[in-house]
Design a protein around this ligand. Structure first.
Ligand code: ATP
Ligand code: MG
Length: 139
């Protein structure tokens, strides 16, 4: 059993897409082990995306991520890291496959509705960034 961190980004929350995203996870057999709303400060967003700090889009990305509330979730299931990335679609919504969240709802490479961890190490770091053990159900 694997865990990953999912975020419905500020554009997804303000666009009323929380229910739709959660519905897609549940429909695909993914279990929600934790969830909460959080409005990141700029500093907290910079900490979360520290791996991207040299990228040209870092300032804009962290401003966007701190612009409004996010829904953060711990997802659980077999192969859930890859499965979540598959449901999300490619970073650039124009390259995302039909039927993916980003293809269906994003309209900008930056404001792309959802985040998902990309590997077991990043998943562990990102889950720990938002949740302590008491907030996660299961083992
Ligand atoms: P995420 O980490 O949010 O799940 P990802 O793994 O598909 O998305 P990354 O390469 O990790 O993509 O980029 C992190 C985020 O930075 C993207 O989701 C997007 O919001 C933003 N981003 C990535 N590339 C660009 C770009 N070229 N221009 C603007 N924003 C970008
Ligand atoms: Mg990423």
């Amino acid at each position: 059993m694997e865990r990953t961190l999912s975020i419905v980004k500020p554009d997804g929350v303000s666009g009323g897409l929380i229910g739709e995203v959660v519905r897609r996870f549940e429909k695909n057999g993914i279990k929600i082990a934790a969830m909460k709303m959080i409005h990141l400060s700029r500093t907290q967003a910079e900490g979360f995306y520290a791996v991207h700090k040299e990228r040209p889009f870092f300032a804009s990305l962290t401003e966007f991520m701190s612009s409004g509330p996010c829904l953060v979730m711990v997802l659980e299931g077999e192969n859930v890291i890859a499965k979540n990335r598959e449901l999300m679609g490619a970073t650039d919504y124009r390259k995302a496959a039909e039927g993916t969240i980003r293809r269906d709802f994003a309209s900008d490479i930056e404001k792309n509705i959802v985040h998902g961890s990309d590997a077991p190490e990043t998943a562990a770091y990102e889950i720990g960034y938002f949740f302590n053990q008491l907030e996660i159900v299961g083992k």
